[in-house]
Design a protein around this ligand. Structure first.
Ligand SMILES: NC(=O)c1ccc[n+]([C@@H]2O[C@H](COP(=O)([O-])OP(=O)(O)OC[C@H]3O[C@@H](n4cnc5c(N)ncnc54)[C@H](OP(=O)(O)O)[C@@H]3O)[C@@H](O)[C@H]2O)c1
Length: 229
């Protein structure tokens, strides 16, 4: 069970676009942040320009009160092993990952390594039941994750997870980042995200080819997406 008190120290596991965007967003909202990579020195330029300290996954996880998991989906379990599962116990972990397969897309449609009746976050939660995983941010591009400016006003961000305390923290964070949080329920709800991610549309582009192709509506109110899954 994750404590309800708001964490001040966030560790970001992942050095890509998502890790960097959320690390900067967290810093900008007053949190202490460190960012993790397997490759020391990879983030030297980023650290110099932002003041966000780079460290190993393990160092970041042991220092942090809460974490963001922002690694390649195929590497999510491996990254947790590197971070040290004991360093995640009892903590919120915001899971931004998508289970995108290493195989190439079929006719432009992404392939996943999870099936329709499971999700990557369920695998993570089953492997580490004492961690408070909350799925969020994985359904939008990294440039929209923090303070998105959209013509229809504040967009809606889905989140889900089993731990009420962890979800309360994420809801608060989403509001700080300029989103309207929408609780989709327990970890099983993460299954519905694949289809939404596949349409590849931003929350502001309801009429993109992707949306028409997959028959889901992506207006700022995104809830209809879940109903078609
Ligand atoms: N890019 C987006 O706009 C976007 C939007 C929504 C969701 N997502 C999801 O967010 C996650 C992060 O995406 P991203 O584009 O920022 O970066 P990414 O290229 O998917 O992942 C980069 C991170 O994965 C780590 N990594 C790669 N292989 C690993 C392994 N075998 N073991 C441990 N760690 C490994 C890298 O470690 P090193 O630091 O050591 O290189 C790096 O930190 C992905 O799951 C993606 O599907 C991305």
């Amino acid at each position: 069970m994750v404590r309800r008190s708001t964490p001040r120290r966030f560790g970001v596991l992942g050095s890509g676009d998502v890790g960097q965007a959320l690390a900067k967003g967290l810093t900008g909202n007053g949190y202490e942040v460190r960012i993790g990579t397997r490759s020391p020195g990879k983030l030297a330029k980023f650290s110099k320009s932002t003041g966000i300290q780079e460290a190993s996954f393990q160092e970041v996880a042991s220092w942090a009160e809460a974490l963001v998991l922002a690694v390649l989906g195929q590497a999510a379990l491996e990254a947790i092993k590197l971070a040290g599962p004991g360093n995640l116990r009892g903590k919120l972990v915001i899971d931004t990952t998508n289970p995108i397969s290493k195989e190439p897309p079929d006719d432009g449609v992404l392939r996943y390594f999870t099936g329709p009746n499971e999700s990557l976050m369920e695998r993570l939660q089953t492997a580490y039941p004492e961690v408070g995983f909350v799925k969020a941010f994985n359904s939008v591009g990294s440039t929209l994750m923090v303070h998105p400016i959209l013509s229809g006003g504040p967009p809606t961000m889905f989140y889900c997870g089993n731990d009420a305390g962890a979800k309360a923290t994420v809801a608060q964070l989403l509001e700080q980042f300029g989103w309207e949080p929408a609780d989709m329920g327990g970890v099983t709800a993460a299954r519905a995200w694949n289809r939404w991610r596949n349409c590849g549309a931003s929350p502001d582009s309801a009429t993109t080819t992707g949306c028409m192709r997959f028959g889901c509506c992506a207006r700022n109110r995104l809830l209809s997406t879940l109903e078609v899954n």
